[in-house]
Write a protein that binds this ligand. Structure first.
Ligand code: AMP
Length: 215
């Protein structure tokens, strides 16, 4: 099965993709993480993407589609893909349809995670992740049980994303409404859209998501 998680920055796509990956063995495919890895490596793509990511703008369709095309050629995709943060434009959605068709794959469902804009800035500006295992935390809603120590792996180093600040989140939300919201109609017309309440707690959202895709 292949699914897309669609929703604004901070709606919980990454958190839910990790939970679903753990539970089903499907593979999380996060274009944001792939682009941040490219930035960290200093590659040409990374250098071009850095300024756009840090100012809250979308990276070009061609660049992101190229990154996804390469990723989809890897054998683990046979376990099923959870697209997290891709597609973000109608051009990317059309490209995804083509890329999947080329590999004889289909897109089974698009989960629209509905969260009100008002709470997204707060959610995003407090978050951090374990540098070792990637477990997500939040200053106000999910601190590690022991301060400074990851609950999952015991790691003591944490990362905060350069684009997770109130100012940049506002640009990311503007990009979301202008460029990504049209995908809701695109996937509704294709009969693939399944809306869920992204404002519930993490476990409840995971339950709704599992139900929506029948796992
Ligand atoms: P994310 O981790 O999904 O929040 O993505 C972080 C940033 O990476 C975004 O704000 C964009 O600058 C860039 N990015 C990630 N995925 C895409 C995409 N599908 N299209 C364009 N830019 C993207």
């Amino acid at each position: 099965m292949n699914i897309v998680l669609l929703g604004p920055p901070g709606c919980g796509k990454g958190t839910q993709a990790r939970i679903l990956e753990e539970r089903t063995g499907m593979v999380q495919l996060s274009t944001g993480e792939m682009l941040r890895a490219a930035v960290a490596s200093g590659s040409e793509i990374g250098q071009q993407a850095k300024v756009l990511i840090e100012s809250g703008h979308l990276v070009s369709d061609d660049m992101v589609i190229g990154v996804v095309r390469e990723r989809l050629a890897q054998p683990d995709i046979a376990r099923g893909a959870i697209f997290d943060g891709f597609p973000r434009t109608v051009a990317q959605a059309e490209a995804l349809d083509t890329l999947l068709k080329e590999q004889n794959l289909t897109l089974d469902a698009v989960i629209e995670m509905q969260v009100k804009d008002e709470i997204l800035v707060d959610r995003v500006s407090g978050r951090f992740t374990c540098a070792n295992c990637g477990e997500g935390y939040h200053d106000r809603s999910k601190q590690p049980k022991k301060s400074g120590v990851c609950d999952v792996c015991g790691g003591t180093n944490f990362n905060r994303r350069a684009d997770d600040n109130a100012e940049t989140v506002k640009s990311r939300l503007i990009s979301y409404h202008a460029q990504t919201v049209p995908l809701i109609a695109y996937y509704k017309a294709a009969g693939k859209l399944k809306p869920i309440d992204g404002m519930a707690g993490i476990d409840e959202v995971a339950r709704q998501l599992a139900k929506a895709i029948g796992v």
